[in-house]
Ligand binder design. Structure first.
Ligand code: GLN
Ligand code: ZN
Length: 763
């Protein structure tokens, strides 16, 4: 008999209930008890929705982040919050979000301001966790209260609970030492706490514990592999049964290691690592449970249940009770409930499955395996029909697009001339001063802009009224930029809700959900568009706005586009073709837009690739392939223009060292990047590489309301000029200004323009 379980359920709520409860608590509009009761209600509901499973995850709920929960369970609080004596939940939020000082006599020594914990991406997902902090003096101490409370809460209504924890090696691997000490030396201190935790759970009568070690799908050196063996020899002696879970990728040379660990069961991602199942089975001792993640926990497509059964049935025969089936990873990474979608096109909707639907699919698979396919004949037939319909739908397949992809050749990504020749043409035409000033694209998305868009979407105002309001915003931003004396202007992106959605809405092949929210961090969610079909551009998307803006000024107006790699990386993508094919399709659509802008007389075009770096695969050995097609995609989109057209790109992050060759290969005439927080040190990567083209290192942090002083900007640019020749430097903020207010933007840019003046006189 095959058994079913789940690795984790989205906790934000089908209508983002947790988000709103958190924000209302943080704003002081509701009490801690109210927040806790929303949490409890969500857990109850989610367990209820998983009640058909043989084992249900408990402990996957977190008020902010499951990794931060684990840090509290292990007693690994950052030094700076240890002396807090208020409510533990508030202290938890202090680590999660930081807190500015709140002076009060009684709390003089404890409730001072604290810096938030650092946040970073959870493996290759868009979920961000709070990074555990370590030093050579880190000590651990068990606090099992959260897990025990939730366990009791789950069991009261009879939930068959399987506590979920992060394993010790993954916990160490994803944390950071603050003092350069070796993290693995902490294992000896950490293991006793895990032993105690498992004993505590065993004492509660827990049978199985899921222990997540996704670090096993990345490259591990010998010391980490040995640490795995050692750690699980210790933990394997505990009285609970351990299901060691890996996900997000293949095991490669960690496969024999996983098979050798003395645990009672292992889970692997049978979407990404299906080809490893036979090898794993051959090495796994005969009594071990093998859990196969057969439903994709990273996308929103229906599973091909019949094909999955074709593969699973022989395994089920062979394994009997030893076979468990589950989603490939926690369902945290998909939206909650497709049934919420009322406006989604019916045909596209019939191809999709969100978290609840994925668990229904799992149930169908289990019934088919345990009772025969006839028991779920109708469900299987309906699934087959949906899969077939999608496979052949004219909505998905566009022969003209496929033909264009087949015709892509290297010339498509080549500029006519090398950068130095282009630069000369552009200089003659644009007549920019030294240290030209510009911004990254967006100006404040004011309440008035958002309200106009809301009213337009709700049908309260017509398109002409909405467009007139947006044009007025563009006029305003152009006038402000002229008054400031900026050199290359932007239209300000008033008409754009979001840099991906705006383009997705105008491209064929993209769909949008109403409630398809996925937690990004804390209370923040994103709603990735769904890239379902071959991508084409029925008509120009930005040309009339840019042309309108250009007509308002004699200064060059920058056309503003989102690049193909970013469009791809911030969407749910197709599972029926490789990512690079979708990316090339996006690249051709953006290329057409670039050429239309050029034809309309736009001399400077910026193609944002804010998400290029985050698409890097988990394993370094796969980076090269990704970077090749990502850079090719950018080049296809950008490089059809003549020498005189200046291509900009923008990337708002700060780690370029390991991708600098790829960045140079993109061959944008100008790249604007984030540097303000690193004191220009980040330009070292460009310096050492002898990066040949122009760079605009961000001179101030747009995430902060602080107004940078002229002197500070001059000083930063002087540092920049020590690394990059002055004639190749631009002066700009480090990202778009949409989240700022005009009263912050104006003085900041005024100081920036003044600083550029000063630099022209002195350097
Ligand atoms: N052009 C976009 C803007 O200015 C870029 C945003 C981004 O890089 N995230 O808002
Ligand atoms: Zn940016």
């Amino acid at each position: 008999m095959a058994h079913t379980h789940n690795l984790g359920f989205p906790r934000i709520g089908a209508k983002r209930e947790l988000k709103f409860a958190l924000e209302s608590y943080w704003n002081g509009q509701s009490s801690r008890e109210e927040l806790k009761s929303v949490g409890a209600a969500l857990r109850r509901k989610h367990w209820q929705e998983q009640s058909a499973l043989d084992l249900t995850p408990v402990g996957d709920f977190a008020f902010y982040d499951q990794v931060l929960d684990m840090s509290f369970t292990l007693g690994n609080l950052p030094e700076r919050v240890r002396d807090f004596h208020g409510d533990p939940l508030d202290n938890y939020f202090r680590v999660a979000r930081g807190r500015s000082a709140q002076p009060s006599e009684a709390h003089d020594h404890c409730c001072h301001g604290v810096a938030a914990g650092e946040m970073t991406k959870w493996f290759d997902t868009n979920y961000h966790y709070i990074v555990p902090e370590f030093s050579s003096s880190t000590a651990f101490q068990l606090d099992a209260s959260r897990l025990l409370e939730q366990l009791a809460e789950a069991r009261a209504p009879g939930v068959k609970a399987k506590p979920v924890i992060i394993g010790p090696l993954t916990y160490l691997a994803i944390g950071k030492t603050k003092d350069g000490s070796e993290k693995l030396t902490l294992l000896e201190r950490l293991l006793p706490v895990y032993v105690e935790l498992l004993a505590t759970l065993a004492a509660q009568g827990v049978e199985w514990v899921q222990i997540d070690e996704p670090i096993l799908v990345t490259e591990l050196d010998a010391s980490w592999q040995q640490a795995f063996t050692h750690a699980y020899q210790v933990l394997g002696a505990s009285k609970v049964k351990l299901l060691l879970a890996t996900y997000f990728g293949e095991l490669w040379d960690n496969l024999p290691l996983l098979a050798s660990l003395p645990v009672q069961g292992v889970h692997i991602d049978a979407i990404n690592a299906r080809q490893e199942v036979d090898a794993l089975l051959a090495q796994l001792p005969p009594e071990r449970v093998l859990s196969l993640g057969v439903i994709n926990g990273r996308n929103i497509w229906k599973t091909d249940l019949n094909a999955t059964l074709d593969w699973l049935e022989p395994l089920a025969q062979r394994l009997g009770d030893r076979l468990w089936i589950a989603p490939s990873c926690s369902l945290l990474h998909v939206p909650v409930d497709l049934d919420s979608e009322q406006q989604l096109d019916g045909e596209i909707k019939s191809w999709l499955a969100f978290a609840r639907q994925k668990l229904e699919e799992l149930q169908v698979l289990a019934s088919a395996l345990n009772q025969g396919r006839a028991a779920v004949k109708q469900a299987l037939a309906a699934n087959r029909a949906a899969i077939e319909a999608r496979r052949h739908s004219a909505r998905v397949h566009n022969q003209a697009v496929k033909a264009a992809i087949a015709e892509i050749n290297p010339q498509l990504g080549e500029r006519n001339s090398a950068y130095t020749q282009r630069a000369a043409r552009q200089a003659a035409l644009l007549k920019l001063p030294k240290f030209p000033t510009t911004t990254i694209g967006s100006f404040p998305q004011t309440a008035a802009i958002r309200q106009a868009r809301r009213r337009f979407k709700a049908g309260e105002i017509d398109e002409a009224t909405y467009n007139a309001a947006m044009r007025a915003e563009i006029v305003h931003s152009v006038r402000e930029q002229e008054a400031l004396g900026l050199d290359v202007l932007v239209h300000g992106e008033a008409e754009r809700n979001d840099m991906v959605e705006y383009f997705g809405e105008q491209l064929e092949g993209y769909a949008f959900s109403q409630f398809g929210w996925v937690q990004s961090y804390g209370s923040r969610c994103v709603k990735p568009p769904i890239l379902y079909g071959d991508i084409s551009r029925p008509k120009a998307m930005t040309v009339h706005w840019t042309r309108f803006a250009q007509a308002l000024t004699d200064k060059p107006m920058k056309g503003m586009l989102t690049g193909p790699v970013t469009l791809l990386n911030w969407s749910f993508v197709r599972d029926d073709q490789p990512r690079w094919v979708s990316c090339y399709q996006l690249a051709l659509a953006i290329r057409a837009e670039v050429l239309d802008l050029e034809k309309a007389g736009v001399r400077v075009i910026q193609i944002d690739e804010a998400a290029l770096r985050e698409g890097l695969p988990l394993r370094r050995s796969e980076w090269q392939h990704y970077l090749e097609w990502a850079v090719t995609s950018f080049r296809i989109s950008a490089n059809g223009v003549g020498d005189a057209t200046q291509i900009h790109t923008h990337m708002c992050y700060s780690e370029f060292n390991d991708i600098i060759a790829a960045i140079a290969d993109m061959d944008a005439d100008v790249i604007t990047i984030e540097t303000s927080r690193s004191d220009m040190e980040l330009l070292d990567a460009f310096d050492h590489f002898n990066y040949p083209n122009e760079i605009g290192p961000g001179v101030y942090d747009i995430h902060s309301p602080n107004i940078p002083s002229e002197a500070h900007i001059v000083q930063l640019m002087q540092k920049a000029a020590e690394r990059i020749p002055a004639e190749r430097l631009w002066v700009n903020p480090d990202c778009g200004l949409k989240t700022r207010q005009w009263h912050e933007v104006i003085p900041a840019l005024r100081n920036m323009v003044a600083a550029a003046q000063k630099l022209r006189e002195t350097l």
